[in-house]
Design a protein. Structure first.
Lengths: 270, 266
């Protein structure tokens, strides 16, 4: 009896140590992403350029026409879409940073360390998703300057969950793609043929009602659509699918993409 | 009682890519505590071999033993037992010297108090202690190399791999780097495995030399033995005799393009 108690205790201690080890690994990779973001003022400003441009140009440009069509305030409608855009772009860029980082950066060091590839990817992805959320939040704050008003503070907190999930989805996507690529120029191709369509063919810029059948199908199959819709549900209170549907769909896609992404990441050979 | 088991044992190691044989049934042994130079022209198979030894690539066939472990089955045991300085830098430019080392320590599970002490020891060893809180992007090439050496030693590895460690550095820095490495080898008995194009450096410092070309090992032995067998006055002459004087025309790989891109970014 005594021997098995000691054995159980040793097993328990060993698992506790292993868990601490894993948490430490994930934590420092997460921390590294945050430090890199905070320390690069140029990058923070640069990432805000496009969303702010969209807000001003489309928000004020289309606003009157949108209101006249009886759809209400376009700025309110547009802001969740633009926030989602900033999350999408930053998340995918982040995943693709892998191509450079694995030859000339810290990633190579992590591939040769005695840690599991899955934990590396997890730490990195969580860090990247956190940074994408911070960027989304900054866009949200800027949009209040031009008149955007979220429905409630609770809504803002809930929208952070949607942002985080969406960021996970797209960071994992970026990681999956980057794990198979070796050439940074191939990234240009990806930008044009995948990311732009993902953004424009979601409900970010236009409502999802009364769409022609082809567009209707595409938008329904696009993960971005659910991220945008979820943000609309939490921030302005109106949505096409309902916040719960959006959340569940995003969660499911996040799990699938994370699995694919970590599988491909684990197969990287330098 | 001294441990006579070799640090690295490689037997009939082969790596094939789509019909192209990068490494062709090579065998060699690296004794514990020796300095081993792995020489060869570009495209000979050096980097492929190092990748297989360091768990980054899986062999097509053959067997490897690094510190008694098999890189294909005991990956983490092998990884804990070596340190490496890659040919291309692998530091995080946006972190400080201290942070780069600290992160390495966490990845290799070095407990915090030991880590702090060891980082100080190593930064002082490579004479970068006064720059510990500077961002690595402000470092010169030579300083980055020194920092990578410090980092690779943090977890007390038994073998230290160096892939072209002095490439692109001025003679003073190169000299200093080799002085560190010799010091490590003498004081702590760490086995050193390196590749280089600077043959005269290999001649001065290596205990054993192996020359690889077209994926096959042409010769192995002490620099003296190699010179005798090829009737050469210097190791460089021996090397050229074995591998030929013709320039190897190689196709630029994606990696070469990225290296050029990186140089222009600076």
């Amino acid at each position: 009896m005594r021997r098995s108690n000691l054995y159980n205790r040793d097993c328990f201690v060993a698992s506790l140590l292993a868990m601490t080890r894993i948490m430490n690994t994930i934590y420092i990779l997460w921390l590294r992403q945050l430090k890199r973001f905070i320390r690069s003022k140029a990058r923070i400003l640069g990432s805000l350029g496009q969303p702010v441009l969209f807000l001003f140009a489309l928000g004020f440009g289309f606003g009157p026409t949108f209101a006249k069509a009886g759809e209400g305030n376009y700025i309110q409608f547009l802001v969740p879409g633009v926030i989602a855009m900033s999350v999408l772009f930053s998340a995918v860029f982040f995943g693709i940073e892998i191509i450079w980082d694995r030859q000339f950066g810290f990633l190579k060091e992590t591939l040769v360390a005695p840690v599991s590839r899955f934990h590396i990817m997890l730490g990195r992805t969580l860090g990247g998703a956190t940074v994408s959320c911070v960027q989304g939040l900054i866009v949200l704050l800027i949009s209040t300057i031009i008149g955007f008003r979220p429905v409630s503070i609770l809504g803002v907190f809930l929208s952070l969950c949607i942002m985080f999930l969406g960021a996970i989805v797209f960071t994992a996507l970026g990681t999956a793609i980057a794990s198979k690529l070796e050439d940074m120029h191939a990234f240009q191709l990806i930008m044009n043929f995948l990311i732009m369509p993902l953004f424009f063919l979601s409900g970010a810029l236009f409502p999802l009602k009364n769409l022609p059948p082809a567009l209707d199908t595409i938008t329904h199959l696009n993960p971005m659509t659910y991220a945008v819709d979820g943000l609309r549900a939490t921030l302005i209170g109106t949505s096409h699918f309902g916040a719960l549907t959006d959340f569940i769909v995003l969660l499911g896609i996040a799990i699938v993409f994370l699995s694919i992404g970590s599988y491909l990441f684990s197969k990287i050979e330098l | 009682m001294t441990d006579k088991k070799p640090s690295i044992e490689v037997s009939d190691l082969t790596k094939k890519y789509n019909g192209f044989t990068a490494v062709d049934a090579i065998s060699f042994t690296v004794k514990k505590g020796e300095i081993f130079a792995f020489l060869g022209p570009n495209g000979a198979g050096k980097t492929t071999t190092i990748k297989m030894l360091t768990t980054l690539l899986s062999p097509t066939s053959g067997s490897i033993s690094v510190n008694g472990f098999d890189p294909t089955t005991d990956q983490n045991d092998v990884r804990k037992s070596f340190g490496i300085v890659f040919q291309d830098p692998s530091l995080d430019d946006e972190l400080t010297a201290w942070e780069n080392l600290d992160f390495h320590g966490v990845l290799y599970n070095v407990p915090k108090t030991i880590r702090t002490q060891r980082i100080q020891e190593l930064l002082q060893f490579v004479e970068l202690w006064d720059r510990k809180d500077s961002f690595v992007k402000t470092f010169s090439g030579g300083m980055k190399r020194r920092l990578e050496i410090a980092r690779g030693l943090l977890h007390h590895p038994k073998i230290f791999f160096l892939d072209e460690p002095t490439i692109g550095l001025d003679p003073q820095t190169r000299n200093k780097l080799w002085a560190y490495i010799e010091d490590l080898n003498n004081k702590e008995g760490i086995t050193i495995f390196f590749t280089t194009h600077y043959i005269e450096e290999a001649e001065k410092i290596a205990d054993t030399v192996a020359v690889i070309d077209h994926g096959k090992i042409c010769i192995q032995g002490t620099p003296e033995q190699v010179k005798r067998e090829t009737n050469a006055h210097s190791l460089e002459e021996a090397f050229l005799t074995l591998t030929g004087h013709a320039i190897r025309e190689e196709e630029g790989t994606i990696l070469d393009r990225m290296r050029m891109f990186r140089r222009h970014r600076k």
